[in-house]
Design a protein around this ligand. Structure first.
Ligand code: PMP
Length: 421
């Protein structure tokens, strides 16, 4: 097993109290949940908790047939554990396996860190925002950014401070200037939310050098970085770029990963990893929201990772990246063929999106709603990725599910519309 270096040290340069919202600080550990990890101690007879008796559950065993032809069987203690209430951070063996994988992949500087399994990364993000962001706070976000995050933030009603992005993602100079010039009378932002790889919607990735610049700015201004990286493993060109977590000497990075794009989105398994005080407080939100994420989904992921080992995991990642690289290339060819002169776009090096600027179209939402749907080509209007819901000529296209023929046909339909417009 890989040495768990970062987990043995227990210092952090930061104190987190001032980052937590009043609502989050009022959350207390659940007395019953605190007993949960002790249930599995050797020799323990539990008369505590409100665990149902698994002998009444109707499931004997579950067999999962993989596309490789192999079968994974969930039975006995593993199945019983999966079907019973389990610890809030996740099934311990899965937490340990994922922690080791993260340590190997990111080798973060030594610091007390924890990892919790969440119901997809959306769940972890929701709780992180609930933990760190009040109505009177200001949050630094990239423009454009993920609509799912905006949907939540709009309801929080905090100030969204937009930082420009370019072909390499978030622009450090703009971030630095925004903070340097922050008006003295206003509450200063303390959190930056960023999607560093294969950004949704832009498909753009941040270079390591940029991440270092951003990290230095975060150090200067005392920011916590929320690193939302569900496309990290979908690196289509070149090696994966080291994460913010990998450079986090201070304990200011909370990192969100997801199995949604790699194993299954319906399993709803993601992780949050970062300084123990942050992750433990986030666990308090889980305790009152959903106790823990689905044990069965966790057990499936654990069984798969155990079956695969490192080699199997890596070869699966290669297969997934090969697939999306092929999809991207087909889609880019279709764009070249049909949209040259009618639109402009970037070449994404990761993820599954292309951010397309439609020439001569002021309001892409109107075009999509009024014409594209009727012409049977569906795109997401750029507006939904803009914090101020501003009208834009951009659209987001995903090359993940359409066949090569469908991609060509869809882009030709869009081209016809643009010519007509
Ligand atoms: N963050 C980003 C940037 C995403 O694109 C998505 C999925 N569309 C999520 C988070 C949520 O992913 P999950 O399925 O892990 O909840």
């Amino acid at each position: 097993m890989i040495a768990r270096r970062g987990f043995l040290r227990s210092f952090s340069a930061m104190s987190y109290e001032s980052y937590f919202t009043a609502k989050s600080l009022r959350r207390q550990p659940s007395a019953i949940r605190s007993l949960q990890p002790m249930v599995s101690l050797p020799g323990m007879i539990s008369l505590g908790g409100g665990m149902p008796n698994p002998s009444t559950f109707p499931f004997e065993s579950m067999a999962v047939k993989l596309k490789s032809g192999e079968t994974m069987e969930l039975a006995g203690a593993a199945l019983e554990g999966a079907l019973q209430y389990s610890p809030t951070p996740g099934i311990p063996a899965l937490v340990q396996t994922l922690t080791s994988m993260m340590e190997t992949e990111h080798a973060p500087p030594a610091l007390a860190r924890s990892l919790s399994v969440t119901t997809g990364s959306q769940d972890a993000l929701y709780k992180a925002f609930e933990m760190l962001l009040s109505e009177d706070d200001a949050l630094l976000i990239e423009k454009p950014t993920y609509s799912g995050t905006l949907a939540h933030l709009n309801a929080v009603n905090c100030e969204l401070v937009c930082i420009d992005t370019d072909g390499e993602g978030l622009v450090p100079a703009h971030l630095g200037a925004t903070l340097d010039e922050w008006p003295a009378h206003k509450k200063k932002p303390k959190v930056l939310y960023t999607i560093p790889t294969g950004g949704n919607p832009t498909g753009v990735s941040m270079s390591y050098a940029r991440k270092q610049e951003v990290y230095a700015i975060a150090q200067k201004h005392g920011l916590i970085i929320l690193e939302d990286d569900p496309y990290y493993y979908l690196k289509l060109d070149g090696p994966r770029v080291k994460s913010f977590l990998s450079m986090d000497v201070d304990g200011r990075v909370l990192r969100f990963d997801s199995f949604s794009k790699i194993l299954s989105s319906g399993l709803r398994v993601g992780t949050v990893m970062g300084p123990t005080p942050l992750v433990e407080r986030l666990n308090l939100h889980t305790q009152s929201a959903n106790l823990h994420s689905s044990g069965l989904s966790q057990a499936v992921v654990l069984a798969l990772l155990q079956k695969w080992g490192e080699a199997g995991w890596n070869s699966h990642l290669d297969m997934v990246c090969d697939f999306y690289r092929g999809q991207r290339d087909v889609f880019l060819r279709a764009l070249d063929k049909h949209l040259t002169g009618l639109a402009s776009w970037n070449v994404p090096d990761s993820g599954m999106f292309v951010w397309i600027k439609l020439h001569g179209v002021e309001d892409s939402k109107a075009l999509i709603e009024q014409k594209a749907v009727a012409a049977k080509v569906l795109l997401v209007p750029g507006q939904v990725f803009l914090p101020d819901n501003q009208v834009t000529s951009y659209v987001r296209a995903a090359y993940s599910t359409a066949s090569p023929e469908e991609m060509d046909l869809a882009v030709s339909r869009l081209a016809a519309l643009l010519k007509e417009t």
